[in-house]
Write a protein that binds this ligand. Structure first.
Ligand code: HEM
Length: 154
């Protein structure tokens, strides 16, 4: 097995764990939480799911970036970032940046406290907003994966 094949395998595996988890939260867990549960129980369940998943997502984002930039450097793909036809390369990096900021900066510094305060005051509206945001991130992720697999030359 070459280093390129290994980096590609790590890249795809980490994407599967990370975006698979986002899909599960968006299409299964949030709809269930929104349908039932008192505000406090709903928030406690969401926090428990988040506590377990956030470290998986953090480690996966680090592996995706390390393997992704390794492939860019190893295959000499930096020029792609100057060409519009490789928009999906930009999409991968932008998506990674959005999730990295959310997971490493937004969540511990702002979102955690904001969610706990707002979910106790207006539970339905807060979980509806959370659900919409998850759909946006999931849709962007699926589009990026589709374009990356179709555009990949490995
Ligand atoms: C720092 C961010 C990232 C970098 C530098 C990066 C880099 C790369 C590179 C160089 C390739 C190989 C391209 C080729 O074969 O021509 C690739 C493939 C791929 N990437 Fe990324 N990527 C990043 C983030 C992401 C994210 C966030 C996703 C998913 C949401 C993703 C999904 C994929 C997929 C599905 C492939 C195709 C694999 C295959 O068909 O073999 N990447 N990436």
């Amino acid at each position: 097995m070459t280093d390129i094949a290994l980096a590609r395998a790590i890249h795809v595996l980490a994407v599967v764990v990370w975006i698979g988890g986002v899909a599960m939260v968006t299409t299964v867990i949030l709809p269930l939480l929104r349908r039932e549960g008192a505000p406090a129980a709903r928030l406690a369940l969401f926090a428990a799911v988040e506590r377990r998943f956030i470290w998986q997502a953090r480690i996966a984002t680090l592996l995706v970036a390390a393997s992704g930039f390794y492939l860019v450097q190893r295959l000499g793909l930096w020029d792609r970032f100057r060409l519009a036809e490789f928009w999906w390369m930009h999409a991968m990096v932008c998506l990674w940046l959005i999730f990295t900021l959310l997971l490493f900066v937004g969540e511990p510094l702002i979102l955690h406290r904001w969610l706990h305060r707002r979910a106790m005051q207006a539970s339905d509206a807060t979980f509806a907003l959370l659900h919409r945001l998850h759909w946006v991130l999931l849709a962007l992720s699926l589009l990026t994966i589709l374009a990356a697999v179709m555009g990949s030359t490995l």
